[in-house]
Design a protein around this ligand. Structure first.
Ligand SMILES: Cc1cc2nc3c(=O)[nH]c(=O)nc-3n(C[C@H](O)[C@H](O)[C@H](O)COP(=O)(O)OP(=O)(O)OC[C@H]3O[C@@H](n4cnc5c(N)ncnc54)[C@H](O)[C@@H]3O)c2cc1C
Ligand SMILES: *[C@@H]1O[C@H](CO)[C@@H](O)[C@H](O)[C@H]1NC(C)=O
Ligand SMILES: *[C@@H]1O[C@H](CO)[C@@H](O)[C@H](O)[C@H]1NC(C)=O
Ligand SMILES: *[C@@H]1O[C@H](CO)[C@@H](O)[C@H](O)[C@H]1NC(C)=O
Ligand SMILES: *[C@@H]1O[C@H](CO)[C@@H](O)[C@H](O)[C@H]1NC(C)=O
Ligand SMILES: *[C@@H]1O[C@H](CO)[C@@H](O)[C@H](O)[C@H]1NC(C)=O
Length: 543
């Protein structure tokens, strides 16, 4: 199947959330005028006329600017609530002014970097809002001698990887596998990629950051202090301020790495169950240079009764050569049946292109392709997540296969942990899912049919499969991954129950780290200006 890994399982529809389906506000010229006046007063040094960075709904470019970084067709409809204004800063001082002036016009600010949020919360809202769109702030400075890079949050991961590769063939960075994902949301949410077993998350390799706070002041790590710095490296940026840039530590990659894809099908006598059982035992414990993602998909079969089967595929990256890899998997994962001819050796940047699996990136695509900010297709997406802490038995797996076939449209992506992930304490960053987690499950469904009935059906099917998985996944709380945003697990309505609502999703995303996030939030933004459907709430006494 020729779909990008990012958009696997292309299937079907649309979730019409009542809170997000409000009418489009009328162009509000008084909001625009007040905002522009305010911005003029608060921006001392601007070589650009400030009107050039403001897009009210009446501006002919408004729909294009809005849609450029919408990455989920569910929130690209006429009924999706639109912003009253889009602000596209060209320099840090514009960001500072935008925060101050959004407060002046008493309107919520939604911050958007790459726009990949799975619930669209960077560009939709359940209350009137302004989008602060960071796409122009995307400078990347790579300092190979010191093995660091400073990246502005409007940059994409593809741009980061490309700029590192330009300067060094033996350095990389352990972040996500889709090149169009934005640095701002990805890093602040604790982004991970196919080197996490060796190097941990993106945020485990962040050494500094610049943030604009609720008063429009700008801080670096030293001046913001360790609490706030901790919070914006996994706790989600949008609860605390606008992250303008991160400084990251580059990691060493070998000149030659190896990647492969292997597929097993239940109806071809390939013992998918035995295979997945062995994968669970091996993938989180094997050599930490090896990351083996497992994809489970319902498929059609000509052989099996009912015409349904299960396909299991392993997609992998090894930070070393193919001979060594085949020897390791031969010993530890015999059911994989990996041979050298199943492997591709190449540079790290070639593995980045290969992993995306977008046809335009395959077959000798040039690294320059990573600079294309618009690779992805316009699918409808729904994702959910879970953590597995105990190996699922053979009986359990066989039961799950039946349910996957019954539900029919939802696939799983299993991402193995272990290695470096298990060595980092669970309170080192807000991201708590460290030692004790064997793998993360992503429930993945993408579709192209815009019919609202289909959408409702599909999102309901996803909930059903999630419910079937209850016995096999983490409990008390049932944990979830912030970057796989899922509003089904709780939503904040900013009413008198807002703290309790926040505790529901907050404890799932952050476990015991939630309490520290609440304290930091209450200290840095006591009025809860930086808020969204799943932001960190302030302590009730301060609300
Ligand atoms: C195709 C696809 C592939 C993905 N692959 C991976 C993967 O391999 N690994 C992984 O970990 N995740 C992955 N994700 C999830 C992704 O990391 C998150 O959706 C991430 O939040 C996206 O960042 P963004 O800047 O593109 O999103 P946005 O939608 O712009 O932002 C997401 C959230 O962060 C906030 N935010 C954005 N920028 C800032 C800022 N500068 N300051 C403060 N807050 C900010 C937004 O307000 C919003 O709440 C993928 C998502 C998609 C759609
Ligand atoms: C002033 O604006 C110019 C042009 O955008 C920029 O290069 C410079 O860094 C800015 N100076 C300050 C102090 O922000
Ligand atoms: C959003 O709609 C526009 C205009 O119809 C279209 O060009 C774009 O591809 C759509 N994007 C997504 C993610 O659906
Ligand atoms: C490995 O490659 C061989 C030869 O092309 C092929 O027959 C075999 O099915 C592949 N093995 C796997 C596990 O994909
Ligand atoms: C697969 O399972 C069947 C039935 O349990 C068994 O007979 C067969 O030997 C297994 N094949 C492999 C390659 O393990
Ligand atoms: C929803 O999906 C299921 C499974 O594909 C199907 O059996 C059912 O008819 C669908 N319902 C609607 C209303 O489309």
């Amino acid at each position: 199947m020729a779909k990008p890994i990012c958009f696997l399982f292309l299937l079907l529809l649309l979730r019409v959330s009542t809170s997000l389906a409000a009418p489009t506000p009328q162009p509000d010229s008084s909001l625009y005028d007040t905002f522009l006046n305010c911005l003029t007063q608060h921006t001392t040094n601007s070589s650009t006329p400030l009107s050039k960075i403001l897009f009210p709904p009446s501006n002919p470019s408004f729909p294009t600017v809005l849609q450029n970084y919408i990455r989920n067709a569910r929130f690209n409809t006429t009924s999706t609530r639109k912003p009253s204004l889009i602000v596209t800063p060209l320099e840090e001082s514009h960001v500072q002014g935008a925060v101050i002036c959004a407060k002046t016009v008493n309107t919520r600010l939604k911050i958007r970097s790459g726009g990949h949020d799975y619930e669209g919360i960077s560009y939709t809202s359940n209350e009137p809002f302004i989008i602060l769109d960071m796409f122009n702030l995307r400078a990347i400075n790579v300092d190979v001698a010191n093995e660091v890079a400073t990246v502005q949050t409007g940059a994409t991961l593809g741009e980061v990887y490309y700029r590192i590769w330009e300067k060094s063939k033996v350095h990389g960075f352990p972040a996500g596998v889709c090149p169009t994902v934005g640095v701002g949301g990805h890093f602040s949410g604790g982004g991970y990629g196919n080197m996490l077993r060796k190097f941990g998350l993106a945020v485990d390799n962040v050494v500094d950051a610049r943030i604009v706070d609720v008063q429009g002041r700008i801080f670096d790590r030293k001046s913001m202090g360790e609490d706030l710095f901790w919070a914006i490296n996994g706790g989600g940026g949008a609860s605390f301020g606008v992250v303008v840039s991160y400084t990251i530590k580059l990691v060493p990659v070998p000149e030659i790495v190896t990647f492969f894809r292997v597929q097993k099908t239940l109806d071809e006598g390939q013992n998918v169950t035995e295979f997945v059982l062995q994968w669970q035992q091996v993938a989180p414990t094997i050599d930490e240079r090896l990351f083996m993602r497992l994809l489970i998909q319902p498929g059609s079969s000509k052989v099996v009764k009912g015409g349904k089967t299960i396909r299991a595929s392993v997609v992998a990256l090894f930070l070393g050569g193919a001979d060594e890899l085949v020897s390791i998997t031969g010993k530890e994962f015999p059911l994989l049946g990996l041979r050298k001819e199943n492997c591709t050796e190449g540079s790290w940047i070639e593995s980045v292109l290969w992993w995306d699996d977008d046809e335009s990136l395959k077959n000798g695509a040039k690294p320059e392709t990573l600079l294309n900010r618009n690779l992805n297709s316009a699918s409808f997406l729904k994702r959910k997540s879970d953590y597995v802490q105990n190996v699922i038995s053979k009986d359990g797996l066989e039961w799950i296969w039946k349910k996957v076939v019954e539900v029919g449209k939802i696939g799983f992506v299993f991402n193995p942990y272990g290695g470096k992930m298990a060595q980092i304490p669970s309170d080192a960053t807000p991201f708590p899912h460290r030692a004790g987690n064997l793998f993360k499950i992503q429930y993945s469904v993408s579709w192209s049919d815009p019919s609202p009935a289909e959408a409702l059906n599909i999102t309901n099917l996803a909930k059903r499969l999630y419910s079937y998985m209850t016995p096999f996944v983490s409990k008390n709380p049932r944990s979830a991954f912030l970057n796989y945003r899922d509003l089904d697990i709780g939503i904040n309505n900013f009413d008198s129950r807002s703290f309790q609502e926040g505790e529901v999703y907050g404890s799932k995303y952050f476990n015991k780290n939630f309490d520290r996030l609440v304290k930091i939030k209450t200290a840095v933004d006591p009025e809860n200006f930086f808020r969204n459907e799943q932001s960190i709430p302030v302590l009730p006494s301060k609300a």
